[in-house]
Write a protein that binds this ligand. Structure first.
Ligand SMILES: [Mg+2]
Length: 197
């Protein structure tokens, strides 16, 4: 029997559209003016550009245990193609969810979010910022920084789900940046043996 390849699967920016809800929360709960939360969609970490007086209210509203973070995790929706991507990976690979969250409270909310929003969810979950230390053959992620680190420290093949904030990631060597649909197609060709073989 062929051993299944191990896939590390990111949550935010891959399965969960965290950013859109985060902007709404920043506006509603941290009083960040509209022009900042409506700004450039290519900038995922737009908080870094906020005027100083909004930075800590915003960080509190988005990351600290409390009502606004609960609302954020309730509101955040899966991307349209998330279920299809998860199903494909689940049935063909050994999937580990690999997500970086800033504190245990958000880890719990993220775990709950997965069970609530992804049908038939039953994968192992690892919360870490050191994804390059997790055993895997393939990683699906969206963060340019994370992808750079994985490339440098591991031999994993990297699938980058194309988002406006990672357009600087180019497909070469072990990196393939494309839509979820195209990523599934590429993985089918590379890793999924034909039925009956
Ligand atoms: Mg991500």
């Amino acid at each position: 029997m062929v051993t299944r390849k191990r896939v590390l699967l990111d949550v935010d920016g891959v399965l969960r559209d965290w950013g859109r809800s985060a902007r709404k929360i920043a506006f509603e709960f941290a009083n960040v003016p509209k022009e900042y939360v409506q700004s450039d969609p290519t900038n995922y970490w737009w908080m870094e550009d906020l005027p100083p007086q909004f930075v800590s209210p915003c960080i509190n509203a988005l990351f600290e245990p409390g009502f606004s973070t609960l609302v954020l995790h309730r509101m955040a929706e899966p991307y349209l193609e998330a279920q299809k991507l998860y199903n494909f990976l689940k049935y063909n690979f050994n999937v580990t969810i690999c997500s970086s969250q800033p504190n245990p409270f958000l880890e719990t909310l993220t775990e709950q979010w997965l069970y609530k929003n992804i049908d038939n969810f039953d994968s192992n979950i690892v919360f870490t910022n050191e994804k390059h230390e997790v055993e895997g053959d393939i990683i699906v992620d969206d963060s340019p920084g994370m992808i750079g680190k994985i490339l440098e420290h591991t031999k994993m093949n990297i699938y980058c789900v194309a988002r406006p904030w990672n357009s600087e990631v180019v497909s070469e060597n072990r990196v393939y940046r494309n839509t979820s649909e195209e990523i599934i197609k590429d993985m089918m060709e590379k890793y999924v043996p034909e039925k009956g073989m």
